[in-house]
Ligand binder design. Sequence first.
Ligand code: FB9
Length: 491
Amino acid sequence: MELNEKILQCLEKSDKLDTIQLAKEFNEDHQKIVGAVKSLEALDMVTSEPAKSTKWELTEEGKLVAEKGSHEAVLYKSIPSEGIAQAEVMKTIPNAKVGFSKAMSLGWIVIDKSGGTPLVKRKVDNITDKVQLDLNEIKKGIDNLADNVRSDYKKRKLLQEIVIKSFILLKGPQFATSIKKLETDLTSEMLLTGSWKELEFKPYNFDALGQPPECGHLHPLLKVRSEFREIFLEMGFQEMPTNQYVESSFWNFDALFQPQQHPARDAHDTFFISSPATSTKFPMDYLERVKKVHSKGGYGSQGYRYDWKIEEAQKNLLRTHTTAVSARMLYKVAQQETFTPQKFFSIDKVFRNETLDATHLAEFQQVEGLVADRGLGLADLLAQLDHFFRRLGFRRLQFKPAYNPYTEPSMEIFAYHDGLGKWIEIGNSGIFRPEMLLPMGLPPDVRVMAWGLSLERPTMIKYGLTNIRDLVGPRVDLRMVQNNPLCRLNK
Ligand code: FB9
């Protein structure tokens, strides 16, 4: 307010003012003056017209010369009374090349060849460093330089011309030397006392942008998870309960017909839990059937023919895939009197003791879908995958035979990503093996097809992130969370 009123009082005395002049007079930053002018203009108290002026300023090198002296003066002062070899001058004195030629042309130094080795010597007893004096005047804002001198300093990159954008101030239609305090709130006290009749209210500015409401912001992973959840729900899938990170090896591996000596079951791939280290409650009749199909085979399978140990199955771990949950759900379905077709999905954390890198952490969110029905085959899986990934915006899919211990056949899924302009791996899939389903008690003609992908990969691609630590973890920039756009996977 004070600065605004000072500007108005100045304008009262002279009908036309320049903001540069005001900045000097009030010893204020020019931008601050411009801000004050704009707020007075919004009240129609002043009007302003843009103006341009130029000003000569010292370059960085010019500032150095103003401080330490010109290169020629520094060279002159560095020459000892007995003189110095020219090669030595070029080697030891800063900016000697420029300084030497200038000092020679000014008649400050001479080359004495009388002693065999040419020596650079002083030709005069003292000098006046005019360059340094001129530049310090400019520094103080005093510019009396002759044009030829100015262009010489500019050529030597000691001076530079800068353009200053300013405003010419004029009295506005509502000009006054003081600012009426415009009320911004109509209070009950004003209404009760009637004081509002003597007050002036600030006009509404209907062009003003609304204040962005302070609110929470969904993390991109949660936005993408909602999109996946919507897609599954629209396709009639039911979400599986995944709120149990600690799982037994039995449900995470054995129930899926994954042999106990499989490398994935080693500590370097799996996080085992030390307390409680084991689970002991299993459906024992089912466990016996699992033991048999691993060790002796059954249902037409020769099994793995190894000595299956319950102690191995009892080990607790952090689940390495949500397929452990799928196994629990399918076992539950198998307990029904009559089998009914099922469509399940899950989206939740899984944990792998893997080597960390820019795209892999020790945990990721797995997306998994499964369909259980009588007589399903590979064609149904292909159609299901096409339908699902089409909803993600993928129209061109390719499949590559793969291996999973619990599915046969298994396929890696690839899609052409228009945005990236290349084929990318988008997931894995397969038909659960009979050695997994039949020990559960499912009818022999029931087939279960399933597929999986991650939440992080699509999210990183969607939001243009290349390092997973910019998406999850302590390094995440919260402004990324606040500012990232809505997620529409198929756009
Ligand atoms: O998510 C993956 N890629 C992907 C998915 C979607 C996508 O969409 C974008 C909109 C643009 C982009 C990319 N992948 C699976 C493929 C690769 O990223 C792969 O390198 C990493 N995979 C993870 C496993 O890594 C240890 C992704 C994760 C994955 C892989 C397989 C399954 C689940 C997750 C599975 C399964 C499965 C198979 C059969 C039966 C049941 C489950």
